[in-house]
Write a protein that binds this ligand. Sequence first.
Ligand code: PEP
Length: 249
Amino acid sequence: MRKKLIAANWKMYKTPDQTREFFREFLPMVAGHDRDEIVVCAPDIDLAAGLESARGSKVAIGAQNVHWKNEGAFTGETSTAMLLALGVTHVVIGHSERRQYFCETDDTVNMRLKAALEAGLTPICCVGEVLEEREAGATDDVLRRQCVRAFHALSARKSEKLVVAYEPVWAIGTGKTATPEIAAEAHMVIRREAGEIFGDEFAARLRILYGGSVKPENASALMAQEEIDGALVGGASLDPKSFAAIVKY
Ligand code: PEP
């Protein structure tokens, strides 16, 4: 049985005060909720406030990116050591917005992923096709290519904490959600590829989240799919009530 993981991706929203306010409302709504793991991936500036607010709860705090070097002249970047020193446990890697706007490539995703796993963080590695690729019937090839490159030179033993998020780019922030069946099909492609790379036992344990306009209204249909092991939620995670409703789908 794979325990579902419901992850918030706050993108570039909220200040530390707004973070504290979110947790004041959110935590009582999910108190005692053990069925799923919950993580809030916040901007770096909010991580300390998030950790302080979530202390003593079952809600984990994640970052939205991490560099592959421990330290160095990399202005604006954050290392795994820095995240660990704060108490951060999760990190989103290779989000399509980073690929689209910040020159993230499959190779840099691979380097970030390796660093995160080596540091003991739980990486949520995002893959997904753009609309033109789906319309051209290339979705499976794109997903396989992204997985092969992202997981290059990683071993199953060292990748136990790996989580993958299938995020069709055409569904992110657009209000268009993949149907549960479309999402499940893509998850099967990713799981098969993970099986090729890491072995079938690893693939059977691998959690694959769905992301792309998940809302309280569509969460239960998506989560009912056996292939879907949780959600990565952008817009709808900013409001405590709406994120709590998704957590409790
Ligand atoms: C995301 O940011 O990963 C995401 C899926 O966004 P949204 O839920 O807003 O589509």
